[in-house]
Design a protein around this ligand. Sequence first.
Ligand SMILES: [Mn+2]
Length: 358
Amino acid sequence: MNKERLNNVLKEMEKQDIPQLIISDPASIFYLTGKWIHPGERMLVLYLNINGDRKLFINELFPLYEDLGVEKIIYNDTQDSVELLAKHVEAGKPLGVDKNWPARFLLRLMELKSNCKFVIGSNIIDRVRMRKDATEIELMRQSSKINDIAVGKIIELIPQKYTEKKMSKIVMEIYEELGAEGCSFDPIIAYGANAADPHHSPGNFTVKEGDCVIIDIGCIKDSYCSDITRTVFYKKVSDEAAKIYNIVLEANKRAIDAVKPGVRFCDIDAAARKYIENAGYGKYFTHRTGHSIGIEVHEFGDVSAANTERVQPGMIFSIEPGIYIPGSVGVRIEDLVVVTEDGCEVLTGYDKNLTVIE
Ligand SMILES: [Mn+2]
């Protein structure tokens, strides 16, 4: 167990008056133990109690030889894992439960422990995970570096006129060559009008002269995710598309400039959104400005108008404003930033000036 991270979780449990917690999200268990366990349909629970009790409930089919610094309660397929867990849960005390814990476990535990108050506990660990420590920040830098190289290689391939689908396959090959574990999400490659759909699935389309090309890709390196979006143009760019590009670019820069400790997430969103609105394209910016990122590509903590929380040093999130004109063009420019003591460090290094590929 990572002592510092564990202590931060225990502190947050005290703060939120949740003395015991069921952590079942494999990403959170990895965060605390350094070990990925993918339990499938079996029950995997890291149980924490502020009285010092901590146990890992794990099916014997996942052999775990190393000492993770937590007592293991090993069960097999013929045993009732929830009943085993129930024996260790403190009666009469509030119990935090992961937001994604399957109902087949939760409902049974609620029956067995009817005098406990069950509450969503994810907030505790999600909040702690928002503030990355120095090790994590360095891993995020490395993951972003690989992503910078990958996006450059993909942009160079545009004149080959591969289909969107083929390009997204090549993204995966590039990550493999560069030593990443894989993609942090399915690559988005979108040509021309397809780019007006922010989550376009790559298809059998090829690039045409005058098309915008959105490349939104991310890798996983040493369990940490990167995420970048660049939009370039093939052969030529219309005046309208160039204008839209530069509006999105300025919105991206204004949001980045707004990032410093104490600023609210909604203020960062507003820095980008107001600029796009004032330019007359507000209704074409159809999503939040960004999302937190780390072990998972989308983590708790949106950069959106609805999030009034204040940012703190160590938080890492994306800044990715966009303008999408149905049927013609889409532009999105995405960078990752880490909040520092007095501003932010941009993890994404790839050039973002208007580029026309020959
Ligand atoms: Mn993103």
